[in-house]
Design a protein around this ligand. Structure first.
Ligand code: UD1
Length: 313
């Protein structure tokens, strides 16, 4: 790949991907509507286009001459999708549909889609395996699954080869903690650094397969470069879940603070109880596996929040 469009490249995951592409010598174009991303996250070496993907005009220019597209732009919150499913449709499905047509028109060879473990829903016993029937329990998960189906059909119908990556709870430097719907690790680390107790929704026994952003970047590069995409959907997670009480304890250790007793609030509607990736398929298809253990990832994350206190709410 030589010229790559990163949608959502002003956001948390997309900006790390843009950094990595530039570091290996690719030309990078970032398209972002700055609805949740920040202009400062866009690396200096990338061209920036402010674009709402659901409105196609600005995209035509941004995507021209690109071989590859990494599609991270999304409204990535389960809770806000329940409150405003029409907006979730627009940002997560309509925008993806427009992008696919623009990719076809521009002759893009490979599109890598940031999907989510939320497509599986809440009925999974044990590991979430890609062969399971998906039963999302939020409009967000449903939109992401619908876009996956579109990208699965894309090689045959639109001549654009694709790979869908189902992320399991990504965390790391630059994750924005400023909304109550931000990723739990960004909220818990900023609480610990400020000496506040976190709020745990429910009993804290729910678990997540937390995945460090550096591992997610490697997965995207592997998906961009793989000889064949074929519309495959693969899990991006380590297969080692942590419950929220254990997570809070690990964060207190990483921050060097006392383990404050968390506050508890009611469980969130649409919340999944347990989430754990099956890891065999991605290893086989992309040769990828998660490499950063939670403690090491938390250490890097805490160091970043200490160095960027203004990012705190
Ligand atoms: C997250 C992602 C979503 C992704 C999905 C699957 C975010 C904001 N959402 O959803 O885009 O598709 O993983 O990878 O990253 N919690 C608390 N206290 C808090 C915040 C959260 O107890 O202050 C709990 C939640 O109720 C939930 C868990 O922590 O049980 C994780 O929540 P969150 O980080 O919002 O992620 P998901 O809802 O799993």
């Amino acid at each position: 790949m030589t010229r790559v469009l990163v949608t959502g490249g002003a956001g948390f995951i997309g900006s790390h991907i843009a950094d990595a592409l530039l570091a290996r010598g690719d030309e990078v174009i970032v398209a972002d509507d700055l609805s949740s991303g920040h202009r400062e996250n866009v690396p200096a070496g990338a061209r920036f286009v402010e674009a709402d993907l659901a409105e196609p005009e600005t995209l035509t220019d941004a995507i021209a001459g690109c071989d590859g597209v990494i599609h991270c732009a999304a409204r990535a919150s389960v809770t806000t999708s329940i409150d405003d499913p029409v907006h979730s449709n627009r940002a997560n499905l309509q925008a993806s549909t427009r992008l696919l047509l623009a990719a076809r028109d521009a002759g893009v060879r490979r599109l890598v889609y940031s999907s989510t473990s939320a497509v599986y829903g809440d009925e999974v016993e044990g590991e979430a395996h890609e062969a399971l029937r998906e039963r999302p329990v939020s409009p967000y998960g449903m939109n992401k699954l619908a876009a996956e189906h579109l990208f699965r059909m894309a090689p045959a119908l639109y001549g654009v080869d694709t790979v869908c990556l189902r992320y399991f709870n990504v965390y790391g430097p630059r994750q924005d903690p400023s909304s109550p719907y931000s990723g739990v690790i960004s909220l818990f680390v900023t609480a610990a650094l400020e000496g506040r107790p976190p709020t745990i929704y429910g009993d804290g026994g729910q678990s997540r397969d937390f995945t460090f952003v550096g591992d997610v970047v490697r997965a995207n590069l592997a998906a961009l470069d793989a000889p064949v995409g074929g519309g495959a959907a693969v899990n991006i997670g380590g297969g080692r879940p942590t419950d929220l009480l254990a997570l809070w304890a690990a964060i207190c250790r990483a921050c060097g603070v006392d383990n404050l007793q968390p506050d508890h609030g009611p469980a969130r509607p649409g919340d999944i109880r347990h989430s754990r990736a099956a890891v065999a398929r991605v290893a086989e298809l992309l040769g990828w596996r998660a490499e950063v253990p939670l403690d090491a990832g938390l250490e890097a994350t805490v160091a970043w929040y200490r160095a960027h206190p203004l990012a705190a709410p």
